[in-house]
Design a protein around this ligand. Structure first.
Ligand code: HEM
Length: 507
């Protein structure tokens, strides 16, 4: 309601002014070299065209204006890109000019004034953090070392589902998955599970979806100068409250870590937070890591890594429920490779190509980061068009995955399309970019793929999934909701029915 009210005021205001942006661009003399652009309203530019779900709206516009077109969020120049060839130009050929990410009032506030990694400009601080992420947290060796932790969390997850199955109780699939992904990240980062207490409002599990949702909103204060201090949509107030809750939680965890370090000494490193605290106290480091850097970095990993992974699994399960033939084939593969006497493990994944194909197909149709966002740092000519510095570039991954030019029957969920195909998800195939590409590609790709494949695998190995709260719905809807991470519009509610209860370890 607040949203509609805000847009309404701006819409009325804009109708009373002249068509400023149009006349400006035609008189500038460079119009012919700029990409095409839909008709823009004064003041709001094209903001009104992007509601309610921006990646869908940009896709519709690309059908009319082509795979590269310009638009304005208020007065901020933006570019929508939706062909593999052009995505490659931006993310590989001219990568050096597109290594920064756009920031807005919400992300700046939540990240302690841009002290984080995800939105840090490409420079010495980003490079230091990237090195840390790749050498101490998300590289193959550390992932291998942390395998028992992931297995343990998978067992807890199955145990909880099994309890519900015994009672014939329906579960909110995403809610259960968020507990799992949050616990995995939380234990890797700070040796602590997220709260089990359903009433704990400051639990990370509850904060992350709220952060994803609010970060995905277009805040008028970011794009329209006279709205800067107005908070017409009420976002500023909400962001402050979310930030306060996060800060309280993370302060508690850091101070517990500091107490432990006092007791046991600094050499006993248990997790990434210990490593970060050691670095922050190291006087010889060329760059000082502050407590706010640490807090913002932890926030990044939770927001980037938990919701995205949980949603990928939720979309994949929804597709399997709607495609019983594919579900049957996947279960047959698991029974053949793993058998019925033990639980599927990460080491089985290389022998389960159909399960791998299902996760890829889910990421093609439901990429849980539907757009890659970058900002240009200098003028460039791409695809024959002039792209000025400080243009915000949206590579529409969602549209790339649904384009009939790139895929046969693109809207069909058909994992067989990946059988015998070399197409993977690691940023080399520009019609399939769920994790982005190049130097700023997702550093959590391997972890996310392992968690998604194993979790989906054990979910269908151990349970049958009956849709809806009474378990009597044959099909589930596939409508998308709002947010930066492609949530479902309606939660996936299912009754799990035990299939192979004996392979679930007792806890
Ligand atoms: C299915 C799950 C996931 C998806 C779909 C996903 C997708 C993405 C995408 C598209 C980007 C932007 C890439 C680019 O600009 O080229 C990104 C960045 C990032 N992701 Fe992920 N991600 C997932 C899981 C994870 C996990 C598990 C972690 C870590 C625990 C993680 C951490 C990050 C970070 C820190 C960045 C920012 C990198 C930078 O700016 O240099 N992500 N992710």
């Amino acid at each position: 309601m607040v949203d509609i009210y805000g847009y309404f005021i701006i819409f009325v205001l804009s109708l009373t002014t002249i068509l400023f942006i149009r006349s400006f661009s035609s008189s500038s003399g460079i119009k012919s070299r700029l990409p095409p652009s839909p008709f823009a309203l004064p003041i709001i530019g094209h903001l009104h065209l992007l509601a309610p779900i921006p990646h869908q709206a940009l896709h519709k516009l690309s059908i009319k204006y082509g795979p590269i077109f310009r638009f304005f969020l208020g007065s901020v120049p933006c570019l929508a890109v939706s062909s593999p060839e052009l995505a490659k130009e931006f993310l590989r050929t001219y990568e050096a000019s597109y290594l920064d990410r756009p920031r807005n009032a919400t992300t700046v506030y939540l990240t302690y004034g841009s002290k984080d990694f995800m939105f840090a400009p490409f420079g010495p601080y980003w490079k230091l953090m990237k090195k840390l992420v790749m050498s101490d947290l998300l590289n193959g060796k550390t992932l291998e070392l942390l395998l028992p932790l992931r297995q343990d969390e998978t067992n807890w997850f199955l145990h909880s589902l099994s309890q519900k199955a015994k009672l014939g109780k329906a579960v909110d699939v995403k809610g259960e998955l968020m507990k799992l992904t949050n616990n995995v990240i939380s234990r890797m980062l700070m040796s602590e599970r997220c709260s089990e207490d359903e009433n704990e409002t400051d639990d990370m599990r509850k904060l992350v979806p709220e952060i994803s949702e609010i970060t995905g909103k277009f805040n008028l204060a970011d794009y329209i100068w006279f709205c800067k201090n107005l908070d017409l949509q009420g976002y500023k107030k909400r962001v402050k409250e979310i930030h306060r809750r996060f800060d309280q939680l993370i302060e508690r965890i850091i101070s517990e870590h500091e107490d432990e370090r006092m007791k046991k000494g600094k050499d006993e490193v248990r997790d990434l937070l210990d490593i970060l605290l050691n670095i922050s106290e190291d006087e010889t480091m060329e760059m000082k890591l502050t407590k706010e850097n640490i807090k913002a970095f932890i926030l990044n990993l939770f927001v980037a890594g938990t919701d995205t992974s949980a949603l990928t699994i939720e979309w994949a399960l929804a597709e399997l429920i709607n495609h019983p033939r594919i579900m049957k084939k996947a279960i047959e593969e698991i029974d053949r490779v793993v058998g019925k006497n033990r639980l599927l493990e990460e080491s089985d994944i290389p022998n389960l190509p159909y399960l791998q194909a299902i996760v890829k197909e889910a990421l093609r149709l439901h990429p849980t980061a539907p757009m890659i966002l970058r900002t240009s740092t200098e003028d460039c000519t791409v695809g024959g068009y002039l792209i000025p510095a400080q243009t915000l570039v949206f590579v529409n991954v969602w549209a790339l995955g649904r384009d009939p030019q790139n895929w046969d029957d693109p809207l069909e969920f058909n994992p067989e399309r990946f059988e015998g195909s070399q197409v993977d998800v690691r940023g080399q195939h520009f019609h399939m970019l769920p994790f982005g590409s190049g130097r700023r590609m997702c550093p959590g790709t391997s972890l996310a793929m392992q968690v998604a494949q194993v979790t989906l695998g054990v979910m269908i190995q151990c349970f049958e999934w009956k849709a809806d709260k009474n378990g009597d719905m044959a099909q589930v809807d596939m409508e998308e909701g709002q947010g930066i991470t492609l949530p479902r519009a309606n939660p996936l509610i299912c009754v799990p029915v035990a299939r192979l209860d004996s392979v679930i370890p007792s806890m």
